[in-house]
Design a protein around this ligand. Structure first.
Ligand code: ZN
Length: 286
């Protein structure tokens, strides 16, 4: 089984998680930029965070043979903080970088006018940089937030197949697929979507344009939920091809639109530059 986690926040996970993920078949992932829990007070915090997503995290991942890519953006929550706006000015420089395979996470948190504005600006950046977009849908008032996100995407003129709406559920999947966008599902340990409900969604809507992620971060979450979903699919009668489609080929196809996914077995250049020093494969840090 080969697995691609299209949405996971590895910055908040331990090295043991990388080890367990690699052992379970997770070979590649995308880490979207998000809120750090503690509010950021200046653009410098974003710059350091983005540099970490482009340097240290790919290196840590490569130690376990996991390909790390990222999506960068000003997240919906901090779109409301005027101290963070300046990041929109430095974003273009980062969106030009090789490992950045999408603009994200963008979208709505509380659906404020500030979020409207930042969402539209970043969709325009995606168009100009020819990158796909990862859209976070709000946890409160999800259906209204999803429908409004689809309207904003439509107004942006971006082709729907370049847009992934994430954190969907049974109530929001149909309008997203009907709009021609990709549908992402985050599988959590005890709230929101679980693997049993995910299997039911796949039975009803098929496997096309559907992605499954763990969205693991500092909260209660499990970086192996992609694997658990694959197992639940097999137990429910889906075959290996269906599993490979949802857990590998779909994310590869979606983020592959960036032209920047690296999934071959060639040595990883970032890791090599670190590995050239005293650190050897699998032995990250001290
Ligand atoms: Zn996230």
């Amino acid at each position: 089984m080969r697995i691609f986690d299209p949405h996971i926040h590895m910055t908040s996970r331990t090295t043991d998680d990388y080890q367990a993920m690699a052992a379970a078949g997770i070979r590649a992932l995308v880490e979207p930029a998000f809120w750090l829990g503690q509010p950021r007070t200046s653009v410098g915090s974003f710059v350091d965070y983005f540099d970490g997503l482009l340097g240290w995290e790919p290196f840590r991942a490569a130690g376990f043979g996991v390909r790390h890519h990222c999506a960068l953006a000003l997240n919906p929550k901090e779109a409301n903080d005027p101290r963070c706006r300046e990041v929109l000015d430095v974003l273009d420089r980062y969106l030009a970088k090789d490992r950045v395979v999408a603009v994200g996470e963008v979208g709505y948190d509380s659906m404020t006018p500030q979020e409207d504005e930042v969402f539209a600006i970043q969709l325009d950046k995606a168009r100009r940089h020819d990158l796909p977009v990862l859209v976070h849908t709000p946890h409160r008032d999800k259906r209204a937030g999803t429908l409004r996100s689809l309207d904003v995407v439509r107004e942006s003129g971006l082709p729907p197949e370049r847009v992934l709406l994430d954190h969907l559920n049974e109530l929001t999947v149909a309008p997203v697929l009907e709009a021609g966008c990709w549908a992402g599902f985050s599988i959590y340990p005890d709230t929101k979507m679980d693997e049993r409900r995910m299997v039911a969604v796949l039975r009803e809507h098929g496997t096309e344009r559907i992605l499954v992620n763990s969205a693991a971060d500092w909260g209660r979450s499990d970086p192996l939920k992609t694997v658990r979903t694959a197992e639940a699919m097999l137990a429910a009668g889906f075959d290996d091809k269906d599993v490979d489609r949802v857990l590998w080929r779909n994310p590869v196809e979606f983020y592959g639109q960036s032209g920047r996914l690296v999934l071959d077995e060639e040595p990883d250049p970032v890791a090599e530059s670190f590995l050239g020093s005293s650190v050897r494969r699998g032995e990250v840090g001290e």
